[in-house]
Design a protein around this ligand. Structure first.
Ligand SMILES: *[C@@H]1O[C@H](CO)[C@@H](O)[C@H](O)[C@H]1NC(C)=O
Ligand SMILES: *[C@@H]1O[C@H](CO)[C@@H](O)[C@H](O)[C@H]1NC(C)=O
Ligand SMILES: *[C@@H]1O[C@H](CO)[C@@H](O)[C@H](O)[C@H]1NC(C)=O
Ligand SMILES: *[C@@H]1O[C@H](CO)[C@@H](O)[C@H](O)[C@H]1NC(C)=O
Ligand SMILES: *[C@@H]1O[C@H](CO)[C@@H](O)[C@H](O)[C@H]1NC(C)=O
Ligand SMILES: *[C@@H]1O[C@H](CO)[C@@H](O)[C@H](O)[C@H]1NC(C)=O
Length: 603
């Protein structure tokens, strides 16, 4: 506007001056003088105004730079995080936004706070765990960022339970399974099904002690908790509850858990993060530790509901899809190699086997459970000439023989792994160990469980046939499996065989070198989890919008993804569910039924 008011007068002057012939030098000088001032005005109002416009945005960019500059030497050494709204000024919007940028609405909502924070010059908070985070930057320390501190618990929390091993199960004398550091008695190899070394009659609930003993071999243990990436609590949580599951009141069942929590909370290590860097192992299904009420008729203890346990991470062989403090680790198999070469030999053998059966199933029907598809699977297997069946409920002892089971899995291309009394089965890991491609019928049987150990893209190593299609009775498993091209099946089997090291527990008395076993994978995952939590706490971006009931969806996210949405498996995990094995109620029923698994050894 102002520029316009100047320009016309300029033209007017020019017209006036230019329209008349020059009369004197004075006149020329006057004209030049006028032009000079016109130019001054022109520059003042046409060029400077754009500068003035810019100056309204200028303070923002200065402030932004200042914030980034302060954030740069962050205590954890990271450069500015793209997911921190404080450090994502609108100025960079033209660049492709990083995948983890919060939604724009969020950024707008937080923008005013950001300005206030920047102006207040709040001193950066120091956290006691920053020293531990720093060890990861020390390049001359091979254990940097990987140290584990192990609590020295009183023996009543672990060793004493082993001494009283006859009390660990009402059905099985667990004492023989405690031999060989928890691997159990060695298996003979009369039928040539196993390899000559590394095979044991391992009980499926022995992870407590196997994991504890593997930890003793962990290469980066530390006595200095201030540099620890995570803190291990060597409590035998599974053995503890197993002692009291049948015929004991709730106070007996909860006693050791209360005792443990009281002990932990008095330790200085607890206060660093309220126990959120602690982890422990209970080699049973989560439902044994998730008693909903204090009614005596309810199942299990309530360890996983205790406030202290909600801060810790507990490793179990089957986790709850709706909870964030339990994580699934593989059931133990019968194979516990002492060196890498034993694994490679086994893998090569599984690659070259003849597999005469298209598919096979080892298990018992569940006549008492109308929603179980096991009856239909058994029928389909029995009527197919391509299926091998090992039925378990006819007093047939073969079903309990590790050698008979492994022999069948080794001669099959695909192995059916329906739910048992709960979502998961040890059998899934036994079959993978035999190089047999697992067929799952519920995502809770593996896909939302063992996300640390198995690929998130389940089609790479398994076949999924939704339970409902079997229930409706018009799906032929034989047809589905036959339709898989042999090359595709070969690719899947190769993936399964490559997964073997990750799903077995190495002999805790020695160490694998290049290979990572189920223990290594789990510890690495826990360390990553605690490290991420610590970083999130420092950058004040922790747990935004986290809905615990959707835990299983977060577990399925790929690296870098942070938000969840509707999922194709929602129907499998809708809660509550009046039918199907998914409601908390029937999960409890499942846990109660689990005694049958224990009684039979192999369900
Ligand atoms: C880095 O690690 C080495 C080897 O463990 C250790 O001697 C050294 O003190 C560490 N440096 C720092 C700054 O912590
Ligand atoms: C629970 O059982 C134990 C022994 O089995 C008994 O000593 C205790 O009094 C019982 N507690 C309650 C609350 O019933
Ligand atoms: C769990 O962690 C939170 C956050 O650190 C803390 O406030 C709380 O006291 C902890 N709970 C227990 C039982 O220590
Ligand atoms: C999953 O794996 C299959 C087979 O390897 C592949 O064809 C497919 O593209 C993968 N899907 C994703 C989402 O990566
Ligand atoms: C059988 O399967 C087809 C899809 O293949 C489906 O449309 C149909 O509803 C099913 N029939 C029954 C009785 O479930
Ligand atoms: C579970 O559901 C059954 C009926 O479906 C009911 O009889 C039982 O009391 C329920 N159990 C619990 C713990 O709610």
């Amino acid at each position: 506007m102002r520029r316009r008011s100047v320009l016309p007068s300029h033209h007017d002057d020019l017209d006036k001056g230019g329209g008349k012939p020059p009369q004197s030098r004075l006149c020329l000088l006057a004209t030049l003088c006028v032009m000079f001032w016109v130019l001054i005005f022109y520059f003042h109002f046409s060029v400077l105004p754009s500068d003035a416009d810019a100056s309204t945005t200028h303070p923002v960019s200065v402030a932004t730079e200042a914030r980034i500059a302060r954030a740069d030497p962050a205590p954890d050494g990271r450069v500015s995080e793209p997911d921190d709204p404080l450090l994502a000024p609108p100025a960079v919007v033209s660049e492709p936004p990083p995948a983890t940028l919060p939604k724009e609405e969020e950024m707008e909502q937080e923008a005013p706070t950001a300005v206030v924070v920047a102006q207040e010059e709040a001193p950066r908070r120091e956290y006691p765990f920053q020293r531990a985070l720093k060890t990861a930057e020390n390049e001359s320390d091979p254990c940097g960022g990987r140290y584990i501190y192990v609590h020295e618990l009183p023996p009543r929390f672990n060793e004493d339970m082993l001494r009283e091993c006859q009390r660990l199960s009402l059905w099985t004398n667990m004492c023989k399974f405690m031999s060989n550091d928890g691997l159990g008695p060695p298996l003979g190899n009369e039928e040539g099904v196993f390899s000559n070394t590394g095979w044991y009659a391992t009980n499926q609930f022995a992870v407590d002690v196997i994991f504890g003993n593997r930890m003793k071999q962990y290469e980066c243990l530390t006595k200095d908790s201030s540099i620890a990436a995570a803190v291990f609590v060597p409590f035998y949580a599974g053995f503890d509850v197993a002692r009291y599951l049948w015929g004991y009141n709730t106070s007996m069942r909860d006693a050791a858990s209360h005792d443990l929590v009281d002990w932990l909370r008095q330790r200085p290590e607890w206060n660093v993060m309220g126990g959120r860097d602690h982890f422990l192992v209970g080699g049973r299904i989560a439902w044994d530790f998730r008693r909903l009420t204090d009614q005596e008729s309810d199942w299990g203890n309530k360890l996983l509901f205790m406030p202290a346990a909600k801060n810790m991470s507990m490793l179990v062989v089957e986790s709850s899809p709706w909870n964030a403090n339990d994580f699934a680790v593989p059931y133990p198999t019968y194979f516990h190699p002492a060196k890498d070469a034993d694994v490679f030999l086994w893998q090569d053998r599984m690659r070259s086997l003849e597999r005469p059966w298209l598919f096979s199933f080892a298990g018992a029907p569940r006549p008492g459970d109308p929603m179980s598809i096991r009856g239909q699977l058994i029928d389909q297997c029995r009527t197919s000439s391509f299926c091998k069946l090992l039925e378990c409920d006819l007093g047939e002892s073969k079903c309990h023989s590790p050698s008979a089971i492994m022999k069948m899995f080794q001669s099959s291309l695909f192995c059916l792994q329906p739910q048992g009394d709960s979502y998961t089965r040890r059998s899934a890991f036994d079959s993978m160990l035999a190089g047999c491609i697992p067929v799952f019928f519920h995502p809770g049987s593996a896909y939302v469980q063992y996300t640390w150990h198995l690929p998130k893209n389940y089609t790479r190593y398994s076949v999924f046939i939704p339970e409902d299609s079997i229930r409706k009775g018009n799906v032929s498993i034989e047809e589905i499996l036959k339709s898989i091209h042999p090359d595709v099946a070969k690719q899947m089997r190769e993936e399964v065989i490559n997964l073997i090291p990750r799903v077995i527990y190495a002999d805790p008395r020695s160490k694998l070198e290049a290979l990572k076993d189920a223990f290594d994978v789990s510890v690495e995952a826990i360390i990553n989890k605690v490290t991420q939590l610590r970083r999130d706490i420092i950058s004040n971006s922790e747990g935004k919008d986290f809905v615990e009931e959707n835990s299983w969806k977060y577990d399925l996210l790929e690296e870098g993804q942070r938000t969840i949405g509707p999922h194709e498996w929602d129907p499998f995990f809708s809660k509550p569910k009046d039918k199907g094995g998914d409601s908390t109620n029937s999960s409890e029923e499942a846990a109660k039924g689990a005694w049958k698994i224990e009684q039979r050894g192999q369900n």
